[in-house]
Design a protein around this ligand. Sequence first.
Ligand code: NAP
Length: 449
Amino acid sequence: MKPLHPALEPVYADVLRRNAGEIEFHQAVYEVLESLNPVVDKRPEYVDASIIERICEPERQIIFRVPWTDDAGRVHINRGFRVEFNSALGPYKGGLRFHPSVYLGIVKFLGFEQIFKNALTGMPIGGGKGGSDFDPKGRSDAEIMRFCQSFMTELYRHLGEYTDVPAGDIGVGGREIGYLFGQYKRITNRYESGVLTGKGFSWGGSQARTEATGYGTVFFAREMLAAKGENFDGKKVTVSGSGNVALYAVQKVHQLGGTVVAMSDSSGYVIDEQGIDLDLMREIKEVQRGRISEYADKRGAHVKFVQGGSIWDVPVDVALPCATQNELDEKAARALVSNGVKLVAEGANMPSTPGAVAVFQGAGVLFAPGKAANAGGVATSALEMQQNASRDKWSFSHTEERLDAIMTGIHARTLATADAYDVPGDYVAGANIAGFTQVADAMLAMGVI
Ligand code: NAP
């Protein structure tokens, strides 16, 4: 970790004091603040107007009880969250996460990242995030539905197409968005398509939204390779996770000529040197909601399932962490570097620890942070909002072209900003500064609010 500019030290001290114990939030804030050192010297007006302190404090934080009944009639209580972080550029926008690890610190780290990611897309969306410590694993469809209905029964009063527009994240996919939208519609008696994104295509969703985050990450990685005169052809690739982001990252890598040889879930990873059979993986993960070990059982003797181990031990040219925060630590980064990795692009949010990022940057590995590389999901959510607002439906190819152009644009803007602030090739600093300055300028224009 780099030392902070003296003007930023009290800001960070305040974040620690106000948000005690929220370690993921501290980590996300520090990572942005250390990138802002050169900005503070160039743009002292941000310090004078306390813009950085204001950005670190959410505009609104909502915490609520979510009671629901399981199939045996037992009552369960979970905790629901929505952190409406920043609306300088548009309505709060960011996903909902259902996972037992969710607490306020996770939601705040994700919401904070979302502010800058959303700014980078160039679309008119602010930053927010939400979720619950509910564990959907092993629950029936009826239990998931009752949970989603209870969750929305409180959340609906905080939402609106011009106010706050959630989407999916870990544990929240098309099924959950359907139940959430149904309950919103029922309570409000309004068919307000623009209030949630990630909807089914036949009832207001967008083509390519399901694929968008994974595809977008690979488009971004393609641009990084192209900037060095390279491409995906013949490259060996690891994609961690096997959820929404991971599956479609694999699809796009294969379309661009690379081979994904390893994927994981929280139980372990599989190595398939012939290349992951995506149809089989999707059947297991999307249809049967099974475990990754079943892929090894069904695919054949050449595939190995490694329980517990680190997927980052597999030698590859490109690594795409697409599972969860802090899944790739300094030791894992050293293993990747010693096996010759050339590029790491984050499909997940903050999957690399600060130590891992330092290892990659010190070894000259091309490294892209999630807030730039995985912005394709939220960008396509904004395209879904555009289609909803104009009562229109675009084709898959048109939507994918728009996504590709947005990711190519974020790549160019990130590199140009890194150059302008004398940190050429530093995608972390470039993304943080480009996102921050856009939000900060809007906040300055709007006065003290
Ligand atoms: P998902 O469909 O629920 O899949 C999550 C995957 O990560 C699953 O394979 C899961 O395995 C694995 N995982 C979760 N916790 C883990 C842990 N502690 N250790 C190892 N593996 C773990 O979620 P997703 O939508 O793909 O999201 C993945 C990441 O991308 C998250 O960081 C999310 O914030 C980020 N992201 C998502 C979007 C989007 O559009 N969905 C957009 C931007 C960023 P198990 O099934 O075993 O838990």
